[in-house]
Write a protein that binds this ligand. Structure first.
Ligand SMILES: [Zn+2]
Length: 381
């Protein structure tokens, strides 16, 4: 499979069921954002284009969940999902008034979201598609025995493990505003999976981890890479750090396949975080991924400005299918949601002091990678 794209088809894994559940009415994670995304892609008629393919997800099986999650946790999710009251459910980190509420049907929506990522893997490994995008996946905070950060089952880990079992060397790149802690922890001591996370520093944002000195242990030493960024980091500084760290890693690791988590809570108007990417900076990240010319499993992630998510992931999919979408948003989406323009047509202006602070924060992170991580690859290989 190495460096071979079998064909240029790009699967888009979607079922409207993925957008219908609600964690809680006032919860920031609103799955309806996926429905908006699909409506926007339909307005642009992307599934009539030669590379766009709409694919229904399958559900993950319980056996697949148990490859990463503990059985008492999976059982608890099942019981809570069917409305049973469960004594001590807070030991699985559920909290009805906090980040991780229980809700009816949550097991079914979680197995569909995880199954969507497995469908994406299968489109590449069995159907020979060049890439596949599951926007409902990317739930990178879930741990084996507990929920965390709006994530119940860790679909990136379960999907990556399928690829590892095929003997593939995996590069996982996480550009969500939050550190990809659950995925990093699953592969912290192996060199089979390289994890790279670009995120707003844990000094300022959940989950608090992801400093540049978290580099892996044992044979995984050097294969966990973290690039924390300061609040208000915008396109230019972000892209500089992204290129400085990721390009040498891709060259040194020479992966067989790319798995990306493309959370768009880095967007400037996201209500939960403080990064400042525009559609233009985000599109640039996606173009880099596409340019690696690797088989590519693309997973969603965070994103809490709901129409911002629809716009950015529509742009992401347009990069995957090599079609450019016009800036004028087509009807009926434009009128229904009062969105005229797909791209952000302005640079975000920051006071110079903030920009300088962002730049020096990023420089420190990049220097740490260059000094402490990249030399390890030379020694190991
Ligand atoms: Zn996030």
């Amino acid at each position: 499979m190495k460096n071979t794209i079998h064909n240029s088809l790009a699967g888009f894994v979607y079922d409207d069921l993925m957008s219908r559940h609600m964690l809680r009415q006032d919860h920031p994670m609103q799955p309806i954002r996926l429905h908006y995304l699909k409506e926007l892609l339909d307005a642009y008629k992307v599934f009539d284009s030669k590379n766009g393919v709409l694919v229904k997800p399958r559900e993950a099986t319980e056996t697949e969940l148990l490859e990463f999650h503990d059985s008492n946790y999976v059982d608890a999710v099942k019981s809570l999902s069917s409305g049973e009251t469960l004594e001590g459910f807070s030991r699985f980190n559920f909290d009805n008034f906090g980040d991780n509420p229980t809700y009816p049907g949550m097991y079914d929506s979680a197995v569909l979201s995880t199954g969507g990522s497995l469908t994406a893997v299968e489109l590449i490994t069995n159907e020979q598609m060049g890439l596949a995008f599951n926007p409902s996946g990317g739930l990178h905070h879930a741990f084996p025995s507990y929920t965390s950060g709006f994530c119940i089952f860790n679909d990136p880990v379960i999907a990556i493990n399928k690829l590892v079992k095929l003997g593939l060397k995996v590069l996982y790149v996480d550009v969500d505003a939050h550190h990809g802690d659950g995925v990093q922890s699953a592969f912290y001591n192996t060199d089979q999976v390289t994890t790279v996370s670009f995120h707003e520093s844990g000094e300022f944002l959940f989950p608090g981890t992801g400093s540049s000195d978290e580099i892996g242990t044992d044979s995984g030493r050097g294969y966990s890479i973290n690039v924390p960024l300061g609040p208000y980091t915008g396109d230019d500084v972000y892209l500089w750090a992204f290129e400085e760290c990721l390009l040498p890693v891709v060259e040194k690791v020479s992966p067989d396949i790319l798995v990306s988590q493309v959370g768009i809570d880095t967007y400037y108007s996201d209500p939960l975080t403080h990064l400042n990417l525009t559609t233009n900076g985000y599109a640039n990240l996606l173009q880099h991924f596409k340019g690696f010319n690797l088989p590519w499993v693309c997973l969603g992630g965070g994103g809490y400005d709901l129409l911002g998510v629809a716009k950015c992931w529509a742009i992401a999919y347009s990069v995957m299918i090599k079609e450019s979408l016009s800036d004028i948003v087509p009807e009926p989406f434009a009128s229904k949601y009062s969105v005229d323009s797909l791209y952000d047509n302005k640079e975000l202006e920051l006071v110079t002091q903030t920009e300088d602070r962002c730049r020096s924060f990023a420089e420190k992170s990049v220097l740490a990678i260059h000094n402490n991580v990249l030399p390890l690859f030379k020694k190991n290989r």
